[in-house]
Design a protein around this ligand. Structure first.
Ligand code: DGJ
Length: 726
């Protein structure tokens, strides 16, 4: 609910458990007065302290009052070069070369429903949302800044976006435009970020903020394997179930900057948005720029609650799922089984082994098109390689369908190999600066997706493929970072727009694909989890979580991912052992339990499994299907931390608390294992639950005292407990 005090220009955003407030003061400076547990409201600007602080200057209106400084007051969207020396939200440069932004309040709009951002991903919905737009202006430069707020009360979700309009008569260069600025007046806080590398993404890192700026960012053109555009600021003692924490995510898939600053007054500022690195947008008179959406969930009771609210909001108001209301298929992908070395017979044999085990979708990965026998050629030539698949998709797809399976296909639209017909015809379609040698990644170049004609060509050829057979799933991959970021189609002064225009180009094709093939489920992928972000989730309901399919490494990867993103978005497969990435051998049961903490599928040649393993796989697919709703849509609880605990455990609970699934995986065993109990969460304390169809346990006992864990009798074992209220 948005409450307005028009006279005092106070805007209060209430959600189920939180309150967010801002106020335009007597100088029309928009102050941020509060964000935290839900409170009644009123004028919370009384929380703000005013004091003269050396070297904190005063705006002209405050002449004589040295306690009034933009440098010390909590700002809703910080200015630049006019007295606030903390992180600026915005920077722009008119023709006179000044870099000053002095934003003052001029009005607001209040609307039922949710704003949308043309060309950009954003949370969606109807009247369950309210929208507030605050109008600010730098009156000297005539730059108007509109701050958008969407409030989804039930999920404690507050979305933000920013639109900048050049209302002056001359061009202005926009150098920075954050999506979110959030000032916390409280002191000590921790910053949590999710970092890693290819095949080991989103490990949780937590550290107290120290004086100055601490940041994570991407300059790779994608959100990256290395840092995720999701961060948390929290109290020092915040934990899974206790303490104030505030998660902030960017609904964007390109370069980003998340920066937290601990200030001279021991307050904290969080800034999140497109990375100012190599960013410069020219706005002519009347032109505008829209910064991508950011979303906030604040939880007064720990990370678990914050995650569950993000999960719900992402599942229901961000992901556009072609399988809405239905179960997504259990899939098998041929990549780890064959890599590029396959033909139609090999693929059909993999599908034949999979179908009787309850697997429903066969996905043909990289290598089916152009002249593509290695990763050095073929990208850009989106027509079937007839040497491998002589009858084309027209022959292959019906053979898979005859087995009772549907068919999916892999593509990598943003890329081109130099050894391809496309590159030979259009060498200037690849990103690359004149006179400089290419920097290659996986021996491939990046297409200039800022150019309409490039996008049209790629889209039309992919559309042809998708129309040529009954295809119900697409894996959209992207296997290198952007370098040599220069476009033959942009003038020198506009090259700073290219990183962002590239992302808009990707979104454009994804949106066309959704429009023309609404029944196709798209799985995002970027060498695994290099573009695992909320922007992609708007187009691709699931994302391949990591190229690392080792079940034990996946415990950490999926744990970190779960802080923001729901189980239903995390692509996870059972693969062969020894694992291709780590060489580790884990039981098939454990690989199944871990993959079931995601979208669930297989990535191996099941012709090479034993009859016993086949029976286990049959049971896994049946179990997953039976409990699909609980696993994919249940409330998710982390029960332990795989970074510090030898047991990793998590739990899904149905909305009515009538059912729960507890999953546990042990690490390597040691002699004389300690006695342990696992305390469950989220159950109905008054209910009695039957566990795996056997004994009954009271909900309160399971939560307060816990469940006695059996002693592991080997490495990497797993247990699942299905709880049903009597
Ligand atoms: C990277 C992906 O993450 C893999 O799953 C596979 O699709 C390869 N690319 C194919 O090149």
């Amino acid at each position: 609910m948005i409450a307005l005090d028009q006279e005092n220009k106070i805007f209060t955003l209430h959600t189920k458990h939180t309150t967010y407030q801002m106020k335009a003061d007597h100088n029309r400076v928009l102050l941020h007065t509060y964000y935290g547990s839900r409170v009644g409201g009123g004028d919370l600007s009384r929380l703000i302290q005013y004091a003269d602080r050396g070297f904190s200057p005063n705006p002209s209106e405050a002449e004589g009052d040295r306690t009034y400084s933009l440098d010390t007051l909590p700002q809703e969207y910080s200015s630049c070069g006019v007295g606030d020396f903390r992180l600026p939200s915005i920077e722009f440069e008119p023709v006179d070369g000044s870099r000053l932004a002095d934003l003052r309040y001029i009005g607001y709009e209040l609307k039922k429903g949710k704003y949308s951002l043309p060309g950009l991903p954003a949370f969606f919905g109807g009247d369950e949302w309210e929208t507030l737009i605050i109008h600010l202006i730098d009156s000297t430069c005539k730059m108007s800044v509109r701050l958008y707020y969407g409030v989804l009360e039930s999920c404690d979700l507050i979305t933000r976006a920013v639109q900048v309009v050049n209302e002056g008569g001359q061009r202005v260069q926009l150098r920075r435009c954050a999506s979110l600025c959030l000032d916390f007046q409280q002191g000590d806080m921790d910053l949590i970020t999710f970092d890693g590398c290819h095949a080991m993404e989103r490990g949780l890192h937590r550290a107290p903020l120290r004086p100055g700026v601490q940041s994570v960012e991407s300059v790779r053109g994608t959100s990256s394997h290395h840092h995720n555009p999701f961060v948390i600021l929290c109290e020092h003692d915040a934990s899974e179930d206790y303490g104030l924490c505030c998660g902030a995510m960017l609904v964007y898939s390109g370069n980003f900057l998340a920066a937290a600053e601990r200030t001279q007054l021991e307050n904290n500022r969080l800034l999140l948005g497109v990375n100012p690195y190599h960013f410069c947008y020219t706005l002519g008179p009347g032109e505008s720029f829209t910064a991508p959406e950011a979303a906030l969930v604040c939880s007064p009771s720990g990370f678990g609650q914050m995650s569950r609210q993000f999960h719900r909001a992402i599942r229901e108001k961000l992901v556009r799922d072609p399988c809405q209301g239905r179960r997504r298929p259990v899939l098998i992908n041929n990549w780890e089984a064959t890599e590029f070395d396959f033909d139609a017979e090999k693929l059909v044999n993999i599908a034949k082994a999979a179908a009787p085990l309850g697997i429903e979708l066969f996905v043909m990965d990289d290598g089916w098109f152009g002249h593509r026998d290695t990763d050095r050629s073929g990208l850009g030539d989106w027509s079937v390689n007839k040497k491998k698949l002589p009858g084309g998709l027209e022959a292959l797809v019906p053979r898979v369908k005859e087995l009772g399976m549907s068919f999916g296909i892999w593509i990598e639209p943003e890329m081109v190999s130099e050894d391809s017909a496309l590159y030979r015809a259009h060498p200037d379609w690849a990103l690359g600066a004149p006179g400089r040698p290419f920097t290659r990644g996986r021996s491939q170049l990046v297409l200039d997706f800022s150019r309409r004609e490039v996008r049209d060509h790629i889209y039309e050829s992919i559309r042809g493929v998708l129309n040529s057979a009954d295809i119900t799933y697409v894996k959209w991959d992207m296997n290198r970072s952007l370098t040599d970021v220069w476009s033959a189609a942009l003038p020198a002064g506009r090259q700073g727009e290219l990183f962002h225009r590239f992302v808009l180009g990707v979104y454009d094709i994804l949106e066309r694909m959704r429009r023309d093939f609404p029944h196709i489920l798209i799985e995002g992928c970027c060498g695994g989890g290099g573009r695992f972000d909320a922007g992609m989730l708007y187009y691709t309901p699931q994302i391949w979580c990591s190229d690392n399919t080792d079940a034990i490494d996946r415990l950490r990867i999926q744990y970190g991912t779960s802080f923001c993103y729901p189980v239903s978005t995390m692509g996870a497969h059972v693969s062969a052992v020894p694992n291709a990435q780590t060489g580790r051998i884990t039981p098939i049961e454990t690989r199944g339990v871990v993959a079931m903490a995601g979208t669930f599928g297989y990535e191996m040649d099941l012709n090479h499994t034993t009859p016993e393993e086949k029976e286990i796989i049959k049971r896994q697919t049946a179990f997953f299907k039976e409990h699909y709703d609980l696993i994919q849509r249940g409330d998710y609880y982390r029960l332990s931390d795989p970074f510090t605990d030898p047991f990793t455990a998590w739990q899904q609970v149905s909305a009515d608390r009538g059912e729960a699934l507890v999953s546990m995986v042990s690490g390597s065993t040691h002699a004389t294992a300690p006695f342990r109990r696992l305390r469950l969460k989220g159950l109905d304390p008054g209910a009695v639950y039957r566990v795996n169809g056997g004994e009954c346990w009271p909900g309160d006992v399971l939560m307060a005292a816990g469940w006695p864990m059996p002693m592991p009798t080997g490495d990497y074992q797993s247990i699942q407990l299905y709880l049903k209220a009597e």
